[in-house]
Design a protein around this ligand. Structure first.
Ligand SMILES: Cc1cc2nc3c(=O)[nH]c(=O)nc-3n(C[C@H](O)[C@H](O)[C@H](O)COP(=O)(O)OP(=O)(O)OC[C@H]3O[C@@H](n4cnc5c(N)ncnc54)[C@H](O)[C@@H]3O)c2cc1C
Length: 543
């Protein structure tokens, strides 16, 4: 059943067994798993069935660290959550997310990765990963490249190396989450979904040992209370810590924050161009189909990428990362450098804004950056014009799109900022920080890839990264992880191995904020697996 919170009588008190806050990926999977299980479920969702700007504006916040997406654009605040943002074209008008589980090494405590280690290994999560693949409809569950390549049409690169290997990424369908599962939950007999219901405060007993009720409100001024035996926060990796920090009536630093961990360890996957590969012969290009484009095998859209083997990660103490190869006709960057400096990025934004008849974002700052970098702008402009008029020869190249794990960093964090939203609540402030180790690891990886490609006589590799400086085009992937990390020790994590907030008997967290490390894999498959696992646990707790 679905209700609109705006029609709930003011100050009403509604009761259930399990109250889930947030109807995005994690909340939907959890609610769907509990359909028909006897427990009375309430799902409180901030938005409605469609996006609306007033609700979306509740997500606005401040970025004070590395450049990041505007926070009200980095996630979606309506029923279905950020699944509405998935956009990768899969052919036939379909779009969907990239999906892959974490690797076994990602769960380990690694002596070269500070703060690493999950409370359990990958084998513990494997049965849930299998079920998650069923939920995402990307079975058969294997990710073994041998099961997904085609020896004749799309073979794996012959790398003759035990350092670099082919990996497979699968793609799911956005509609499963943004429509189908949403409808199933909305119609379920034992689940009541309240739309336009923003949770504003988590209230506890006087010792903050159990949650007593939630205060929810809609933007028209309605407020009501929800009691439950168990509560689950599934509002995403930025909004979960915000809600805990805002709920500071009893614990003055925020709920679950007795060890100052809530909001810390914000992690992203570091995305940037890390190199270019120029194949030696057209025959090599012809055989790159596995990596070139998304194609369907066994009924599932897939693509091949490259990653380091576990052996070399251990030997060289590197961070886990993968590389997607994007084909382009390009000017040789050895002669015509690829520049990703702030001035060049501003110049590009100004050009595309002009082409779209709109004002660029931050026009004054951007103009200042452009003026400071005129030689770079001239080189980039000549690169573009020279290509157009045929004055610069073009080569077949594959750009390396790098996606790497970030070292968990307590200084990379979410706090409450001074600005307020429409409910009068502090907006978030994101201070995304990385460490020199993050980039050094990619620099070393590129050297390994170059050696591997040369060893296999595949062609030339161009490596722009040489120092530990973050590259100018560094950006995230909308993956907000780590801000309520999981650890058995309350001094090292906000939630325990069952995703229950340490010290609070009936408060749980679903979603990427519980990841202690993020590997390189996009988070959704792991979010789904953990939500299925949490659903099982909650059923056991209730029985
Ligand atoms: C453009 C884009 C592309 C992406 N592509 C991929 C991809 O290819 N692969 C991948 O694995 N991941 C991808 N992601 C990331 C992925 O979508 C997120 O990791 C995932 O959605 C997180 O799930 P969640 O349930 O924790 O949060 P969300 O899906 O964001 O859901 C949070 C829900 O909580 C609700 N909510 C928030 N605050 C409140 C409140 N106070 N009260 C009540 N409800 C509230 C919101 O309205 C929302 O419905 C992408 C994200 C974006 C933005």
């Amino acid at each position: 059943m679905t209700l609109d919170a705006r029609s709930v009588p003011a100050d009403a008190l509604v009761d259930c067994d399990i109250c889930i806050v947030g109807g995005g990926v994690a909340g939907l999977v959890l609610a769907r798993q509990l359909i028909g299980h006897g427990a009375r479920i309430i799902l409180l969702e901030s938005g409605g069935l469609e996006a609306d700007s007033a609700t979306q504006a509740l997500y606005a916040g401040e970025n004070v660290g590395l450049p990041y997406f505007p926070l009200d654009d980095a996630r979606a605040r309506y029923f279905g959550g950020s699944s509405h943002k998935w956009h990768i074209p899969l052919g036939g008008g379909r779009v969907g997310p990239r999906l892959r589980p974490l690797d076994p090494i990602d769960f380990e405590e690694r002596d070269w990765v500070p703060h690493s280690g999950w409370p359990f290994g990958k084998s513990h999560l494997d049965p849930y990963y299998d079920r998650a693949q069923r939920v995402c409809q990307i079975e058969p569950p294997t990710f073994d490249p041998g099961e997904w390549d085609d020896q004749k049409a799309r073979p794996q690169l012959r790398l003759a190396s035990d350092e670099v290997e082919t990996i497979i990424y699968k793609f799911g369908l956005r509609e499963l989450f943004s429509q189908q599962y949403r409808n199933e939950v909305a119609q379920a007999g034992n689940v009541t979904t309240y739309l336009n219901a923003n949770v504003l405060e988590i209230q506890t007993d006087h010792a903050a040992q159990s949650v007593t009720r939630l205060r929810a409100g809609s933007l028209d001024g309605h407020q009501f209370l929800v009691t439950a035996r168990l509560f689950v926060l599934a509002t995403g990796g930025i909004e979960v810590p915000r809600l805990l920090l805002l709920s500071n009536t009893v614990q003055k630093n925020g709920l679950g924050n007795q060890h100052d961990l809530v909001g810390r360890f914000f992690m992203e996957h570091l995305h940037f161009w890390s190199g270019v590969f120029f194949p030696r012969t057209p025959e090599i290009i012809r055989r790159m189909g596995l990596y070139n484009d998304i194609h369907t095998v066994n009924g599932v859209p897939i693509v091949g990428k490259l990653a380091l083997t576990e052996k070399v990660l251990r030997r060289e103490k590197l961070l886990n990362q993968n590389i997607q190869l994007f084909w382009q006709k390009m000017a040789d960057p050895e002669k015509y450098p690829l520049i990703h400096s702030p001035g060049v990025l501003s110049f590009k934004e100004m050009c595309s804004a002009l082409a779209d008849f709109r004002l660029p974002t931050h026009p004054v700052d951007r103009l200042g950056q452009v003026l400071k970098e005129m030689p770079n702008i001239a080189a980039v402009a000549w690169r573009k014009v020279g290509r157009k008029i045929g004055a610069i020869p073009l080569l077949d190249g594959y750009v390396f799109a790098n996606m790497t794990e970030q070292v968990p960093n307590p200084e990379s964090r979410i706090t409450l900022g001074p600005e307020r939203d429409a409910f009068g609540q502090n907006r978030v402030r994101l201070d995304w920080k990385i460490t020199p180790q993050d980039i050094a690891s990619v620099v070393r990886t590129q050297a390994i890839i170059e050696k591997t490609f040369q060893g296999a006589d595949l062609g030339r590799v161009y490596r722009p990264l040489r120092s530990e400086e973050p590259p100018g085009d560094l950006h995230g992937g909308y993956h907000h992880m780590g801000t309520t990390r999981m650890h058995v020790d309350p001094r090292k994590g906000v939630v325990d191995s069952n995703c229950r907030v340490h010290g609070i008997s009936n408060l749980y967290i679903a979603g990427p904020s519980v990841f202690p490390t993020g590997g390189y894999a996009n988070p959704v498959l792991t979010i789904v697996a953990l939500s299925l696992r949490l659903g099982e646990h909650l059923e056991a707790v209730l029985n």
